[in-house]
Design a protein around this ligand. Structure first.
Ligand SMILES: CC(C)(COP(=O)(O)OP(=O)(O)OC[C@H]1O[C@@H](n2cnc3c(N)ncnc32)[C@H](O)[C@@H]1OP(=O)(O)O)[C@@H](O)C(=O)NCCC(=O)NCCS
Length: 308
C-alpha cells in the first residue's frame, strides 16, 4: 500500500472509528507483545476534547495507521502511534510522525508552537529506529515494576504516621479534595498533575473502578495522600493482575513514611482480593518512588520510553 497522508480529526471519535482504532491496537499488541496505546489515549478516543487523531486508511478505507496527539498541555504535544504489522516498513510511521509534528506546531492555540514528544511502549527496535531517523532522542523513561505477593507477603497493617486514619473514597464527596492533593503531589508530573474532573469521572466510570480499592489518608479531616488500586481481569491464559494505579502524598506530608504505608495498604487490599501479581508504572528518575516500591518488593519488568 502506498504511504498515504493521514486524515486529521479533532475531538472525540465516533464509536465505529474508536472501535477500528482499538482493533488496530489489539492487532499490534498481538504482534509486538506490548500494547502501542496506553490507558490515557484509549480513554480519550471517545471523550478527549483536547485530542487530535491522525488516521491513515488504504484505498478500501481500512485503517492501517493511527496516531493520537494530546494537546492538553500548553507547551508540548504528547503522542502515541501505531502502524498495522503487515503495513510496516513502507513509510507510514514516518508520515504519521511528520504530521504529528506539524499539527503540534500549528494548532490554533499554539503560540509559541508546541514541541512534540512520542511514547514508545516496550522500547521496541522499530520505534527506536523511527524516532532516531526523525532526529528524536530519549527524553523520559517510564518503568513498569512488578511484585509477586507469594514471594513478598504484604503486611496488612502497616504503621501509619501519628493521627492518620484511612478510609475508602466516597463518590460524590471526595472528588475535588482528591484532585487538589493529586495536583499538589504531582505538580511536576506532565500527565498525572493535570487530571481534570472529566478525566477522573471517565476513570470512575470504567468497569474496574472500585472505591474500596481507592484509599484516602487524612489527619484532622485534612487529606494528606491516597492510594488508588486497579484490577486487570484475567485474559486468555494470563492471570488477573493488580495495579498500584496512583500513590500520591501532599508535599506538606512527604517524608513521614506515608507513601510506603499507602503502597502496603494498596497491596494488602489487592492481596485480600486474591491477586498474586501486582504492577505499577513510575518514572525511572523518580528515585524516591523507585526506592519506595523496591522496598515493597517490586522489580523492574518493563520500560516505556518517550522520544522528543
Ligand atoms: C514504530 C512503528 C510506528 C513504525 O512504523 P512503520 O510504518 O513501519 O515505519 P516507517 O516505514 O515509516 O519507517 C520509518 C523509519 O524507521 C525504520 N524502521 C522501521 N521499522 C524498523 C525496524 N523494525 N528495524 C529497523 N528500522 C526500522 C525505517 O527503516 C525508516 O527509516 P529509513 O527510512 O531511514 O530506513 C511501527 O513499528 C509500530 O506501530 N510499532 C508499534 C507501536 C510503537 O512502537 N509506536 C511508537 C512509535 S515511536
Amino acid at each position: 500500500m502506498p504511504a498515504r497522508l493521514p486524515a486529521v480529526h479533532r475531538g472525540p471519535l465516533d464509536g465505529h472509528t474508536a472501535d477500528e482504532v482499538r482493533a488496530l491496537a489489539a492487532e499490534a499488541t498481538a504482534a509486538d507483545g506490548v500494547a502501542p496505546l496506553s490507558e490515557g489515549p484509549l480513554l480519550a478516543l471517545g471523550t478527549g476534547t483536547a485530542t487530535v487523531h491522525l488516521l491513515t486508511r488504504d484505498v478500501d478505507g481500512a485503517l492501517g495507521g493511527y496516531a493520537q496527539l494530546d494537546l492538553g498541555a500548553p507547551d508540548v504535544g504528547s503522542a502515541e502511534l501505531v502502524v498495522a504489522p503487515p503495513l510496516r516498513r513502507a513509510g507510514m510511521g514516518r508520515r504519521l510522525l511528520e504530521a504529528l509534528r506539524q499539527v503540534a506546531a500549528t494548532s490554533p492555540d499554539a503560540d509559541p508552537p508546541r514541541s512534540l514528544v512520542v511514547w514508545a511502549h516496550g522500547d521496541l527496535p522499530a520505534a527506536r529506529a523511527l524516532a532516531t531517523a526523525a532526529g528524536m532522542d530519549v527524553v523520559r523513561e517510564l518503568w513498569q515494576m512488578t511484585v509477586d505477593l507469594d514471594e513478598h507477603p504484604v503486611d496488612p497493617d502497616p504503621t501509619l504516621p501519628h493521627g492518620v486514619t484511612v478510609t475508602a473514597f466516597r463518590r460524590g464527596a471526595d472528588e475535588e479534595r482528591w484532585r487538589r492533593v493529586n495536583a499538589r503531589a504531582f505538580a511536576h508530573h506532565p500527565e498525572q498533575g493535570r487530571i481534570t474532573r472529566e478525566d477522573l469521572e471517565a476513570r470512575m466510570s470504567e468497569p474496574w473502578f472500585d472505591p474500596e480499592g481507592f484509599l484516602l489518608a487524612e489527619r484532622d479531616g485534612v487529606l494528606l495522600g491516597s492510594v488508588w488500586t486497579k484490577v486487570h481481569p484475567a485474559q486468555d491464559d494470563r492471570e488477573p493482575v493488580g495495579e498500584i494505579y496512583v500513590v500520591g502524598v501532599d508535599p506538606d506530608a512527604q517524608g513521614l513514611g506515608l507513601g510506603g504505608a499507602l503502597t502496603r495498604l494498596g497491596l494488602a487490599h489487592l492481596a485480600a482480593r486474591g491477586l498474586r501479581r501486582v504492577m505499577l508504572y513510575t518514572d525511572a528518575d523518580n528515585t524516591v518512588a523507585v526506592r519506595t516500591y523496591t522496598r515493597a518488593g517490586f522489580e523492574r519488568t518493563g520500560v516505556d520510553v518517550q522520544f522528543g
